[in-house]
Design a protein around this ligand. Structure first.
Ligand code: HEM
Length: 154
């Protein structure tokens, strides 16, 4: 029981750092860059910040996944994935999969293919902001329904 509680605490701390970072990038960094658009250095500064955060996010996604699957095992909860009322468990795994793919596969491929500077930086910034808003919304809704689900609301 103790190890399950510790895994739960580790799970939440990693989620706080990871989704908190996504919130900061989405609500502060990207709009700030958008408002100052035109400064040539901004794209480089964004990549510098993003590169640092991506490193932290990768570790947090790894820790959240490990603690999450550990809890599933400890709770003998694998069967939940076949039950509709545990849709919030599916949502957690889905969000985790999206970020795992984005951080470990898609981003490195895109960076290799296009380099750090895009052909159309203004459009890239708009698309980046939109994607972050969508991902953040889905993540926050998942946090909300997961707390409700873990405490027996559904
Ligand atoms: C591989 C991915 C993941 C797995 C396997 C996983 C698994 C779990 C499990 C087994 C629990 C405990 C449920 C219970 O007590 O009945 C839990 C709780 C929770 N998880 Fe995840 N999770 C994953 C990813 C995520 C993600 C991406 C988020 C946030 C976006 C998240 C947020 C939460 C929250 C908020 C709780 C509730 C904690 C509480 O109130 O006690 N998890 N997770």
């Amino acid at each position: 029981m103790n190890s399950l509680t510790i895994a739960r605490a580790i799970h939440i701390v990693s989620i706080v750092i990871w989704i908190g970072g996504v919130s900061f990038v989405t609500a502060v960094i990207l709009p700030a860059i958008k408002s100052q658009y035109g400064f040539a250095q901004l794209e480089s500064i964004f990549h510098l910040i993003e590169k640092r955060f991506a490193k932290i996010a990768k570790w947090m996604v790894l820790i959240a996944g490990m603690s999450g699957f550990y809890m599933v095992d400890q709770l003998s909860a694998w069967g939940r994935f076949t039950q509709k009322q545990f849709f919030w468990m599916h949502a957690m795994v889905l969000v985790w999969l999206i970020f795992t793919l984005a951080l470990f596969i898609v981003e490195p491929i895109l960076e290799k293919r296009h380099g750090k500077h895009s052909q159309n930086p203004k459009r890239t910034l708009q698309v980046t902001l939109l994607l972050h808003v969508i991902l953040l919304t889905v993540s926050l809704v998942t946090v909300f329904i997961s707390v409700l689900g873990a405490h027996g609301i559904f």
